[in-house]
Ligand binder design. Structure first.
Ligand code: HEM
Length: 408
């Protein structure tokens, strides 16, 4: 059976240090050689970058191209007519995360206005409402419940659906297919099927919006005749996928991390004003969107190594965010530290477009959860929580929680 993403050999995934820290082999590698050679199963050579300065430098330099389909969409290299793994991929329309300037700039520019800090501030009250409604519903349930299914996944899904104008009733289609899409070991056939299901669903949706626009982001984009339906579909796909999977996993893994660090949790209960800083620290500490791929468009120097033209370069944001040269005592979760400068949202031209939205969702989410469920606790031993080491966005598959009383 074919694999989709050629997972590089020697890229350890086992969370042997703790569910929240990088695999110990990655930590050792970063200390020994922050830019290390790596070989891929198909035989081609690449590099693994784990040091903070080196990862940041690579993200800032567009000579490290994003035109590599190993990330969001994989068009298999073994497909007739496809270039070999060390050449740029054909561009999937609208998927600007896998484009370089100026193509990337053209599409990103159309969206930056919709995601400004100011625009997101206007959404804040609504995000709080959505969060509180979900917490009301959760409070009516008899514990134990799965925090992922009842809270962490619905909140960002509801918010991104509303923002984009995607009917939430259709969540089954996009949640199941997005999840399939993010599986590491999914067969090529299944991955292409999931991508096809999502894009045909979204293609029909944007076509309807073009004919009959409404008050939402996809309608606004559909009014722009410079964008073709395929491009609109690609943009919708990217926003929908990035908009719910990432934040959902931050909320659930973040809750798990806080429950496993009762001292930190107590500090937040005592002083909710610490929450914005705690969100940054959780982003740094957990780095749920960990691995990103680039490829060198020319011979490049990085961390004293020469990266040959055409090399695949694997960047670990988690390893970078745990680099002691940048963050003191990096494996400690410390809600009082300044995590400023963390790379959890990336850096450079592709830095996360939705970061303000994600911050608002996380602040509202953790604030609501802590206030309404002050006795929240794990309902199973921590070792039994299923970790998403099998997925391209890290987190937990389920988080069974319990409580003894709620606050209205
Ligand atoms: C890009 C992380 C939430 C939309 C990125 C990148 C990272 C990231 C690391 C950089 C990718 C690269 O350099 O190749 C996260 C995390 C999130 C989050 C950790 C939640 C905690 C969101 C949300 C949206 C979003 C809520 C909603 C719209 C995007 C888009 C890009 C992106 C569109 C591509 C930007 C570009 O290529 O210019 N995200 N993200 N993200 N993110 Fe997020």
């Amino acid at each position: 059976m074919s694999r989709t993403v050629p997972v590089p050999q020697g890229l350890p995934q086992e969370r042997d240090a703790s569910p929240f820290d990088p695999p110990s082999a990655i930590t050792r590698l970063r200390e020994a050689r922050p830019v290390s050679p790596l070989s891929f199963p198909d035989g081609h050579q690449g590099w693994l970058v784990t040091g903070y300065d080196e990862v940041r430098q690579a993200l800032a330099d567009t000579r490290f191209s994003s035109r590599l389909d190993l990330g969001v969409v994989h068009v298999p290299h073994e497909t007739p007519g496809m270039p070999v793994a060390t050449e740029p991929s054909p561009q999937a329309p609208g998927l600007f995360v896998s484009m370089d300037p100026p193509d990337h700039t053209r599409l990103r520019r159309l969206l930056t206005g919709a995601f400004t800090v100011k625009r997101m501030k206007l959404l804040e009250e609504h995000v709080v409402e959505v969060t509180e409604r979900r917490l009301d519903e959760m409070a009516r349930l008899t514990p134990p419940v799965d925090l992922v299914a009842e809270f962490a996944l619905p909140v960002p899904s509801l918010v991104i659906c509303e923002l984009l104008g995607v009917p939430y009733e259709d969540r089954e289609t996009f949640q199941v297919n997005s999840a399939k899409f993010l599986e590491k070991e999914v067969t090529l056939e299944d991955k292409i099927a999931a991508y096809g299901a999502l894009t045909s669903y979204l293609g029909e949706l944007v076509t309807r919006k073009r004919a009959d626009p409404d008050e939402d982001l996809l309608s606004d984009l559909a009014r722009n005749d410079d964008l073709g339906v395929e491009e609109l579909t690609g943009i919708a796909f990217l926003l929908l996928l990035a908009g719910h999977e990432t934040t959902a996993n931050m909320l659930s893994l973040g809750a798990f991390a806080l429950l496993e660090h009762p001292g930190q949790l107590a500090e937040l209960h005592a002083d909710p004003g610490l929450l914005p800083a705690a969100v940054e620290e959780l982003l740094r500490h957990l780095s749920v969107a960990d691995v990103f791929y680039r490829y060198a468009t020319e011979d490049l120097e990085l961390g004293g190594e020469t990266i040959g033209k055409g090399s695949t370069v694997v960047l670990s944001l988690l390893a970078a965010n745990h680099d002691p040269r940048r963050f003191a005592d990096p494996d400690a979760l410390d809600v009082r530290r300044s995590a400023r400068g963390h790379l959890a949202f990336g850096h450079g031209v592709h830095q996360c477009l939705g970061q303000q939205l994600a911050r608002i969702e996380m602040r509202a989410g953790f604030a609501g959860l802590l206030r309404r469920f002050p006795t929240l606790a794990l309902a199973v031993p921590a070792a039994e929580v299923r970790l998403r080491t099998d997925m391209n966005i890290y987190g937990v598959h389920e988080l069974p929680v319990t409580w003894t009383g709620t606050v209205a």
